[in-house]
Design a protein around this ligand. Structure first.
Ligand code: MGD
Ligand code: MGD
Ligand code: MO
Length: 794
């Protein structure tokens, strides 16, 4: 989230689109009702299903799954056409006036630079015109036909109401109301927030869904202000912390980049990752990259990292291709992987194309499962009454189960969606032989070091070089790790209080620069519990620690004009008064600078402004474009010849597993329900009883067509497999008119488990495809094709 949960109470219009907060984030949803009751806010829900969020909304608009880009580009067109644009903001703080290179173009669904052989783009032309000094050229009058504003206007011009409705299936009357509500926040005294999660990410163009919304928010001047922002609602309670800590396969803690094999030495790596300012006098905060990275190396390798050995750079693993989980499973499927350590993930339930996952795990020699629960994955080799399509006699995988503690049985920090690092304390002792993950992994490290010493082997250097300076090396304490993440000055041995203190000469250490300030000489700031809210705006600086720098609202310089005067005096976060900055929050800029010197609020961008035109950031283009899901119910893109995302990454063999609308005519989407948490709660008696089995939701027209009654057994099949489940015939789903045909959507909860305490259910992931977002590889769980027939039952 650029903002945070409590801040939602400051919103005037709340758009839940690509999520279902009332069910998946019921506690945070309290701030939505707060805004509705005390700030007269309007709630809009845009979802293929009439959800529990929709049930309390002022306006609900249905749309076909996988068409949000068309919906949102249509909103942009409407805002520009009706002049409901925050022009002051757009002129001051976005790249609307920036001039784009002559060779950039967009034709018939493709941007310039497409290579048909590799199905990928050469992104060279997706860039600004530069002057002799390497600065981007600007036309502040927006008259230049090649400035971003005019290119964007031209790009969205195709998305008129009829075209949008024809693609999305959203009735025009509903669409118009949503446009009007969103448009009403273009004035300085109103703000809208968008709350989203998987309904936007689980698509082959998930990143572009989110960009489209960010463009809407920039146009309205809604970023950096109270009650505004781009607000991703996170899944597991600490999933924000997991990504902060470099969980993604090409990332290091603090959103630093894992080096690739092209980064042959430290100098090359730092050059690739340290941007040069694209405008004069811009903060360009990533220019500090070397300080963050070298401090991380000092934290990893301690005294072993010296200037002479590039601070241990050679010991950091380098990637040659993207080894995400999907890729790994595919490699196991092809017999290219021997073993797995599966830690805190229930792969056979949660990963797409379950039958392929079963085969992949069957090919392993060994699998180590670290989990707090007895998961279905740990027993994947059991046939389980036919729920697993495997033959135990043929599987040679040896499975080791190492029971772990869960969060309530240990202390540590959890980072919430609003970036708050909250310390928590141990509530109970773990049962049986369960041990903390850190203790198990430390044991593995110590044992491996011992084995290397005894037996030798390839590449022992990184393991031996790791600094493991804990009181008990076999069981690091959470407090020790937290202090290390914050970092210290190695000359004085003092905890640093801010990342501004980090140096690139090896004299500071910090494992995760964004966490600097969380555990200073003052102590553990994550453990603070002062909920005092001096401004009444939900900014509680004494509650826990919000990274970065205890800042609650990111980009907050954009809440004031160029002279430092708040656009809306009722929404003051920071302001320039009597030659000084004052604020209720920590400024997202150097507060020692004057308003003119700090006029680029998007300090992480080398040009300091928000981008309508995303340059080379994403795989499929600098502007979003509507592409159909990989499995499209209409089989064509009503806009042009390019049906689905042309830059999608498709592993060899996956294309053949995609079905056509002729065989599989219905759109399927998968989701969670309040009664369950992923698969954990299917083992918890009361939760299991409250929702004892899964089902397939379908509309009444489809049910009637197929002669299916509520509660009937049905077979749901895709090109990948089929499951039996019960039909739930409901008015909450309605067929939508799309491109001249009626499209039916069916919904499948994602909690199916053959191990549930109540009734056994099939996992919906038997049906899903591993084709994923071109940038993140998140699978297209929210829009794939199925067929449905009446069945006998299980
Ligand atoms: N009770 C409960 N809470 C949970 C979880 C749980 O299992 N149970 N899981 C947690 C986890 S890990 C996560 S990641 C979050 C997920 O949080 P959410 O993303 O809010 O949850 P989902 O139910 O996956 O999907 C959200 C909604 O997106 C809609 N949708 C599907 N396709 C589209 C589309 O193309 N466009 C739009 N606009 N909407 C679409 C679906 O109909 C669904 O209502 O929830 C977390 N919270
Ligand atoms: N079709 C479909 N598939 C989906 C989704 C969907 O919407 N549709 N959603 C996707 C999403 S958003 C997510 S997040 C995934 C969820 O996929 P998973 O992460 O595989 O699902 P969980 O059941 O949450 O599994 C987490 C495991 O971690 C264990 N655990 C808990 N605490 C600890 C701990 O401290 N240490 C260790 N080692 N283990 C612990 C739990 O017992 C649990 O078994 O599913 C994805 N799959
Ligand atoms: Mo998630």
């Amino acid at each position: 989230m650029t903002n945070h949960w409590i801040d939602i109470k400051n919103s005037n219009v709340i758009i839940i689109m690509g999520g279902n907060a009332a069910e998946a984030h019921p506690v945070g949803f309290g701030w939505v009702t707060e805004a509705m009751q005390h700030n007269n806010a309007k709630l809009i829900v845009v979802d293929p299903r009439f959800t529990r969020s929709a049930a309390v909304a002022d306006y609900y608009a249905p749309l076909r799954s996988g068409t949000d880009i068309a919906f949102l580009l249509g909103v942009i067109r409407y805002l520009i056409e009706t002049k409901q644009v925050n022009y002051d903001y757009v002129k001051a703080y976005t790249n609307a006036g920036y001039i784009v290179r002559e060779d950039f173009s967009f034709n018939e669904g493709l941007f310039s630079g497409f290579n048909e052989e590799t199905d990928s783009y050469d992104k060279e032309s997706w860039y600004y015109e530069l002057d002799e000094e390497g600065h981007a050229k600007i036309d502040p009058s927006f008259e230049n036909p090649r400035c971003v504003w005019n290119l964007m206007k031209q790009h969205v011009d195709r998305y008129d109401f009829e075209t949008v409705s024809n693609i999305t299936g959203t009735p025009i009357a509903d669409y118009e109301v949503v446009c009007q509500q969103i448009g009403s926040t273009h004035t300085h005294d109103r703000a809208a927030t968008f709350m989203y999660a998987l309904g936007w990410t689980h698509h082959t163009k998930g990143s572009q869904n989110i960009r489209s919304m960010a463009m809407v928010q920039l146009l309205l001047g809604n970023i950096g202000v109270l009650g505004g922002g781009v607000n991703a609602l996170r899944g597991h309670s600490n999933v924000q912390g997991a990504t902060d800590m470099g969980l993604l396969c090409q990332s290091l803690p603090g959103y630093l980049k894992l080096p690739s094999d092209k980064d042959t030495d430290l100098k090359t790596y730092l050059k690739h990752n340290t941007p040069i300012a694209l405008r004069p006098d811009q903060t360009n905060y990533w220019q500090n990259y070397p300080k963050f990275f070298i401090s991380q190396m000092k934290s990893y390798w301690g005294d072993n990292a010296t200037a002479a050995n590039d601070f241990g750079y050679d010991w950091v693993p380098k990637w040659d291709k993207q080894y995400d989980f999907t890729k790994h499973l595919d490699m196991a499927y092809h017999g290219e992987v021997n073993g797995y350590i599966i830690q805190g993930v229930n792969a056979i339930n949660s990963m797409p194309n379950r039958n392929k996952v079963l085969k992949a795990l069957s090919n392993l020699k060994y699998m180590v499962v670290l989990d707090a629960l007895a998961t279905e994955t740990a027993t994947f080799w059991q046939n389980a009454d036919g729920f697993n399509e495997v033959n135990p006699a043929e599987i040679m995988t040896e499975v080791f189960r190492l029971p772990t503690t869960c969060f309530a049985e240990e202390e540590g920090s959890i980072v919430n969606s609003g970036r708050w690092m909250q310390w928590h304390w141990k509530g109970a002792n773990p049962p049986g032989e369960a041990k903390p993950d850190a203790e198990i992994l430390s044991g593995v490290l110590m044992e491996m070091r011992k084995l290397y010493k005894q037996e030798g082997g390839k590449l022992p250097e990184p393991l031996n070089a790791i600094s493991w300076d804990y009181h008990n090396p076999l069981s690091p304490h959470a407090e020790e790790v937290a202090r290390e993440l914050n970092g210290k000055d190695l000359l004085t041995n003092r905890q640093i209080s801010s990342f501004a203190e980090l140096k690139d000469d090896g004299s500071t250490a910090s494992a995760c620069w964004i966490y600097a300030g969380s555990w200073t000489e003052e102590g553990n700031l994550m453990a603070r519990r002062d909920n005092h809210d001096p401004s009444g705006k939900g900014v509680t600086p004494g509650w826990a620690f919000a990274w970065p720098a205890n800042r609650r609202v990111l980009y907050n310089r954009a809440s004031c004009d160029l002279n430092g005067k708040p656009w809306d005096p009722k929404r003051t976060i920071v302001e320039w008064v009597d030659g000084k900055w004052h604020g209720i929050d920590v400024g997202d800029f150097n507060m020692k600078l004057t308003p003119q010197q700090s006029a680029g609020p998007f300090i992480m961008q080398p040009e300091g402004v928000g981008r309508f035109f995303a340059l080379k950031l994403l795989a499929e283009g600098p502007f979003p474009e509507h592409y159909e899901p990989m499995e499209s119910p209409i089989g064509v893109n009503p806009l042009h010849k390019v049906t689905s995302n042309p830059a999608v990454r498709m592993l060899p063999g996956v294309k053949e597993t995609l079905g056509s609308h002729k065989d599989f005519p219905y759109v399927a989407t998968t989701y969670c329900v309040t009664e369950h948490f992923n698969f954990w709660s299917t083992h918890a008696r009361l939760a299991a009883i409250s929702m004892p089995e899964t089902f397939v939701e379908m509309d009444e027209v489809l049910a009637a067509e197929k002669g299916i009654a509520n509660g009937d057994w049905v077979t749901v099949s895709s090109k990948r497999g089929s499951i039996q489940t019960k039909a739930l015939v409901t008015k909450r789903l309605q067929p939508l008119k799309v491109n001249g045909q009626l499209v039916h959507t069916v919904g499948l909860p994602r909690h199916g488990s053959h191990n549930a305490l109540t009734r056994k259910s099939y996992s919906c992931n038997v049906l899903t495809t591993e084709v994923g977002d071109a940038n993140t590889q998140v699978p297209e769980f929210k829009a794939f094709l199925v067929n449905i027939t009446k069945a006998e039952g299980i």
